[in-house]
Design a protein. Structure first.
Length: 394
């Protein structure tokens, strides 16, 4: 009897030992694999040593607002290796005084990331080049780059009547379409901007309400400790990219989209036009309100059709550069949506007598774009020339 009990006890002990051994073996193997992975990342990763802190040093921080989903804080920032400079008032470019000097023609350029033109070095963004061209033609011009990445026309409208009017601009140049197209498919009375655009998550830091960006801010103490591992940082960033989808951080600024089946230009997708006209009417209303608000503050509105890579005859190779997943549209839908925006601006221009700068000479010109709408250095130069020529012709 005792022998049977001893056997069972020994068998139980042996089983526990095997379990403990298996767990220890698993931990040792996992640590070995993790160590090898860590070593490989540190040796071969082209990005070098990366942490949320180092990424923050090279990125712009955004502030949450009621009247626009995101703005830049009123303090100096630098990003992209010093290529982009945000001044103490929260606008791109060199510092300027709120009070306009006598004899100065002040031009404010409103829009999203294409207006910000973050790929260009400081002073080479197209609003800065616009100012230089005008001054070369003896116009005492001061151009303020009020572009904010991710802003749509509704955000620019809010910024115009809550702050930009205080700058007393003589001209307000407005360029919007891409960030508005993200709502073209789904906008409806039950999915209105009021119901679908929500306040961004933010954190209080040094008296500022900064938009939570998981790529550049730690999510907790454990995350901060683990970020000493470069393998963990890479896996962490891949996780956030997966969670936010193909639109990444821009999804935090403009709203996450459900984009299954979209993303490659959709040659095999049957183009389906958005089911109603709500989105087009919303875009038209926003742009009309911007025009009216600009006139109300005593400035001259200038509208731009948005330069873009997408055209009816865009090649398959060029379509790979277009982020269809950002807007949830196939290529055919995207081209049609842009054309609808152009048509709206033409109608507004004709009915209100507002100047419209048609940028169709840039559409589809691969050398002028880095991707769907973001400009190359050549593109920034061409756009600055177009806008300057139209303003000078007044």
């Amino acid at each position: 009897m005792n022998t049977d009990i001893d056997k069972r006890q020994k068998k139980s002990i042996d089983k526990k030992k095997r379990i403990v051994f298996s767990i220890l073996l698993f931990i040792i193997i996992a640590l070995f694999i993790f160590s090898v992975g860590e070593l490989i990342v540190r040796i071969f990763s082209p990005g070098g040593h990366v942490t949320p802190e180092t990424m923050r040093e090279n990125s712009l921080e955004y502030q949450a607002s009621i009247f626009a989903r995101s703005i830049y804080p009123q303090r100096k920032q630098q990003a992209e290796g010093g290529r982009v400079y945000i001044n103490k008032l929260g606008y791109r470019g060199k510092d300027f005084q709120i009070e306009k000097s006598a004899g100065v023609t002040r031009i404010v350029c409103l829009g999203g990331s294409q207006v910000l033109d973050g790929a260009q070095e400081e002073g080479k963004d197209w609003p800065a080049l616009l100012g230089k061209r005008l001054r070369d033609r003896n116009v005492n011009a001061e151009v303020i780059n009020a572009g904010v990445a991710g802003n749509a026309s509704c955000d620019s409208l809010g910024r115009l009547y809550t702050e930009i009017w205080m700058l007393k601009p003589d001209y307000v140049v407005v360029c919007h379409a891409w960030n508005d197209l993200k709502y073209f498919k789904d906008l409806s009375p039950d999915k209105s901007l009021l119901r679908t655009i929500h306040p961004l998550q933010f954190m209080n830091k040094d008296g500022e309400q900064l938009v939570c960006n998981p790529y550049i801010y730690y999510t907790g103490l454990f995350d901060k400790v683990m970020c000493h591992s470069q393998l963990y940082v890479r896996l962490r960033n891949r996780y956030w990219s997966f969670k936010l989808g193909s639109i990444g951080f821009e999804g935090l600024l403009t709203g996450k989209l459900k984009t299954k089946g979209i993303g490659d230009g959709g040659n095999d997708l049957r183009p389906k036009r958005w089911s109603n006209n709500w989105a087009v009417e919303q875009y038209e209303l926003n742009m009309r309100l911007i025009v009216n608000a600009t006139k109300a503050i005593g400035a001259i509105p200038v509208l731009l059709t948005q330069p873009r890579l997408a055209a009816k005859d865009t090649s398959a190779a060029q379509r790979e550069r277009i982020g269809y997943g950002y807007v949830g549209l196939s290529h055919e839908e995207l081209v049609e949506a842009f054309e609808e925006c152009d048509r709206v601006l033409c109608v507004i221009s004709e009915e209100s007598g507002v100047q419209l700068i048609d940028t169709k000479v840039m559409t589809g010109q691969a050398g002028l774009f880095r991707d769907h709408v973001h400009l190359s250095a050549a593109g920034s130069g061409v756009l600055a020339k177009l806008v300057a020529g139209q303003i000078l012709s007044r």
